[in-house]
Structure formats: structure tokens, C-alpha cells
Design a protein around this ligand. Structure first.
Ligand SMILES: [Zn+2]
Length: 275
């Protein structure tokens, strides 16, 4: 079967699922950044967020044991302040996220990486600040990008897609039969591997870039820092590929996309700064 045919069958299946389930909706409100793609969200948010919270707690416990959790207090304060300013703006994209149990931590780790797990569990690796000498604006660009993944529920979307690939249309029958509990159990049975090791898709990355840029601007961080951050990442990439780049495909297109959107979010930044 040609790739085109496989793709088109997949597209049709997803369309059928969407029509039958009304499971396709955008997780976030449309805004300046123009992110409004409909998403296939089959698994319940609670299933995904519970898995995320468990995994995050485990990570914190391990880091604590290794004395790598929040070892650098000034950096923790800095990252927490930046994150809190970003979190204060998430209601623009989805009001319910203002009630999430947000957490912010810093792990002593040379990798150039950060993440925000579903439900608002943020982790920043110290390497970002130390090795890249990232400014506050640049840290806001990375954290904003990661928060955008969580707001868009990209993890839940990836799991839903994987679920369909794994269980096919039988899963659909289960859902239509109203057996959502069983489905959730099966979803959890797939393991956190699906959620946490599957890379974000290209379109998801693009959305996180765009929404993250707007989020940072609304929080009063210079949106131009996103491009300077990516350039620093690419320069660091010449020596050894940073973790962030291996999970976040970078390209000239990405920078072009950010540069094109920057003038549109600049007024938001200037308005936030003048407050
Ligand atoms: Zn990303």
C-alpha cells in the first residue's frame, strides 16, 4: 500500500471517529497566534493527568535522592518567578488552566532541556541557564513553549492517536458502547511510555512555538528572545546535540515562523511592559 493511501485511510478513519464521537475539539481558544486546529482527544484528561502527576512525583523523588532537586536556590527563584508570570496569562487560552495544580522545579542537569507535563508540571534543567547563559526573556521563551504543549494537551492527543493505532476501530465500539472506564484502564495500561517518550509532531511543535511566543509576550517577555534562544541552541548543537533539539526538531522554517509572528505579538509585549 502506498504511503499516500495509508495516510488517506488514516485521515478518513480519524474523520469518522470525529464525526461519531464529537471527540474533536480545540483545547484552547483562538487568539493572536492563530492556533485553532481541532484535535482528536479520545482518552479522558483525568487519565492522562493522573499518569503525568505520578511520573512527576517520581522524578522529584529521584532528584531529591540524588541531591539534584532545586540545588541552585537563586536559579529556582528566577525560574519560579518567570513561570508564575507565564502561568498568570494562561486563562487567555483556556480559563480552566488557571485552576490547574501548577508546579515548578529545577533539576541540576547539564542537558539543555525543559518540559511541562500535562496538567502543569514544569521542570527546567539547570543546563539551560548555565550553558546557554539564557536571559530571563529566553527562559520565558522555552518555558512558554513547554506550557503551550500542556495547554494544547499534546500529550493526550498523542496518546489518543496511539490508542487508535493500537486498538483500531474496536476502541471506537467500546467508546460508543459507553464503556469509557474500561477504555481509560486500557489507556493507562499502555504505560507512560507512550505519553512521555513519543516526540511531539511537527504541527504540535509549530503550535507550541506560536502559542508560547504569545504567552511570553503577554507576560511581558520580549518575543524576540525566542529566535535568539533557538540560535543559541543551534550553536550549541554543533558541539553535541542538546536534548531539547533532539526532541524538538529545529529548522530554518521554525525561526522564519517565529520571526513572522513576532510583529503580531509585539503590541501585547509592549502593553504588558507598560503596566
Ligand atoms: Zn516542543
Amino acid at each position: 500500500m502506498s504511503m499516500n493511501k495509508i495516510t488517506s485511510i488514516k485521515t478518513v478513519s480519524v474523520a469518522v471517529l470525529c464525526a461519531l464521537l464529537s471527540a474533536c475539539a480545540s483545547t484552547t481558544n483562538n487568539s493572536v497566534s492563530g492556533v485553532q486546529r481541532s484535535q482528536l482527544l479520545l482518552l479522558p484528561t483525568s487519565t492522562v493527568n493522573d499518569m503525568s502527576a505520578q511520573s512527576y512525583t517520581q522524578t522529584l523523588q529521584e532528584a531529591k535522592k540524588n541531591n539534584t532537586l532545586n540545588a541552585d536556590k537563586p536559579l529556582l527563584t528566577r525560574v519560579t518567578n518567570i513561570s508564575n508570570r507565564l502561568i498568570a496569562q494562561v486563562g487567555v487560552f483556556r480559563p480552566d488552566a488557571t485552576k490547574w495544580k501548577w508546579e515548578v522545579n529545577v533539576e541540576k542537569n547539564d542537558q539543555l532541556n525543559a518540559y511541562c507535563m500535562p496538567g502543569g508540571k514544569i521542570m527546567v534543567f539547570s543546563g539551560l541557564a548555565e550553558k546557554l547563559k539564557a536571559t530571563d526573556d529566553e527562559l520565558a521563551a522555552v518555558i512558554g513553549h513547554e506550557i503551550a504543549h500542556a495547554l494544547r494537551e499534546h500529550g493526550r492527543e498523542r496518546m489518543s492517536q496511539a490508542y487508535i493505532q493500537q486498538f483500531g476501530l474496536q476502541a471506537l465500539a467500546t467508546v460508543i458502547g459507553g464503556n469509557a472506564g474500561n477504555m481509560a484502564a486500557q489507556g493507562a495500561g499502555l504505560g507512560s511510555q507512550l505519553l512521555f517518550s513519543m516526540p511531539n509532531g511537527r504541527e504540535q511543535e509549530r503550535e507550541a512555538d506560536r502559542m508560547g511566543l504569545e504567552l511570553a509576550a503577554r507576560a511581558g517577555y520580549n518575543p524576540e528572545a525566542a529566535v535568539s534562544l533557538w540560535k543559541k541552541m543551534m550553536a550549541a548543537n554543533k558541539e553535541a546535540p542538546p536534548e531539547f533539539l533532539s526532541t524538538h526538531p529545529s529548522s530554518e522554517n521554525r525561526i522564519k515562523d517565529l520571526q513572522a509572528l513576532t510583529p503580531k505579538v509585539m503590541p501585547l509585549y509592549l502593553a504588558a511592559k507598560s503596566k
